[in-house]
Write a protein that binds this ligand. Structure first.
Ligand code: 5GP
Ligand code: MN
Length: 334
């Protein structure tokens, strides 16, 4: 339990107790840490007798996320709701206001307090209250500690949502940010949710043949730079159209994670061109000291972690690729 969590827990509890109508969201192209944390927080505030609404955010929640409570998520993004109806917005796993929505400017009305709870190193601390601790591998693990301090009782549904967030953001307990506290949290969560393996299987064994068409398109564009230290792949909008694939359904992180497994590639990147002509970039590295990719993502207007970071670049695909290569050359000692 970190000092930050211990200090912020009573402050956050007091704000929840004061609130009448609480908003929660999932970040663009949400991942299990975002969705699981939002749903666990919904159940937690309900335990405190409060009403909470979870909005889906910019994109569909993948069908493969069979998390308890997922059916209650409202299919709207921040620009499609009236934030004035809420007096508290608990913003989870989102380092910048962009991660609330890319579709519309994110403005918080004065009548709505904001609490930011996050583990991203570059978090802009843009809330009225900020509970940010980058030493945690997942926002869900912050919530595990926070709930203990707040007196929230674990149950199956809270536990399974938190477990899925921790499991995914640690790459299945493999990343360097995993500590004995992570395993201790997972162990306690699994005692409440012994059916965790079913939910992991539903999530991980959900590939389609179209997904493999996307993977093969991305891999066929592989180009390496700086003696193979930097690997870049891309899929253009035209390629998505030619192969009748919906680009919004696929994540460049599938590809950057796959390329990271190549021994010589220090930085692996995939860019995909979205319908609005912007390039979604995902980057991965193995050595977070020599090749901290959050620096690259921040330089390109995004954010993330040392080993896994991303950005949305507002340039045509070929120019975005050039910019990524040039920025990486400036930042790293290849
Ligand atoms: P992924 O490559 O898995 O999509 O993202 C890796 C990490 O980078 C995640 O923690 C995600 O939140 C962060 N990230 C990805 N895209 C963006 C972005 O456009 N802006 C910011 N601030 N963070 C991003
Ligand atoms: Mn996270």
């Amino acid at each position: 339990m970190s000092d930050i969590i211990r200090q912020q827990a009573p402050v956050i509890l007091a704000e929840i107790k004061k609130a009448n109508n609480i908003l929660l969201h999932c970040h663009p192209h949400s991942d299990p840490d975002s969705v699981g944390s939002a749903l666990a927080m919904k159940f937690a505030v309900e335990q405190l007798g409060k009403k909470a609404t979870v909005i889906r955010g910019d994109n569909e929640i993948p069908e493969a996320f069979e998390f308890p409570g997922v059916e209650a998520i409202i299919k709207k993004s921040y620009g499609e709701i009236d934030p004035k109806e809420f007096d508290l917005f608990i913003i989870l796993d989102s380092s910048t206001p962009n991660m609330v929505s890319f579709k519309t400017p994110v403005i918080f009305p004065e009548s709505m307090k904001t609490i930011v709870i996050d583990h991203h190193v570059n978090n802009a601390k843009y809330g009225s209250i900020n509970c940010v601790d980058p030493s945690y591998p997942a926002t869900a693990q912050i919530l595990f500690d926070l709930f203990k301090e707040m007196g929230i009782k674990l149950n199956h549904d809270i536990a399974l949502n938190l477990f899925m967030g921790i499991y995914t953001d640690t790459g299945g307990f493999k990343y360097a940010a995993v500590t004995s506290a992570t395993f201790a949290a997972a162990s306690e969560l699994v005692s409440f949710a012994p059916d965790f393996a079913q939910t992991i299987s539903a999530m991980e064994n959900s590939n389609t043949k179209e997904k493999f068409a996307f993977i093969s398109l991305a891999l066929s564009s592989l180009k390496t730079y700086f003696s193979d230290k930097l690997a870049i792949t891309y899929v253009s909008k035209k390629q998505f159209d030619d192969y009748k694939l919906d680009g919004e359904e696929y994540s460049p992180s599938e590809i950057s994670s796959l390329l990271r497994t190549v021994k010589n590639f220090d930085i692996s990147i995939c860019l995909i061109e979205s319908v609005d002509g912007k390039a979604r970039m995902s980057s991965r590295s193995k050595d977070s000291i020599k090749f901290n990719v959050s620096k690259l993502a921040v330089a390109l207007g995004g954010g993330g972690h040392k080993n896994a970071a991303g950005a949305t670049i507002d340039l045509p695909l070929s120019e975005a690729i050039e910019k990524v290569v040039k920025t990486a050359e400036e930042l790293y000692n290849f």
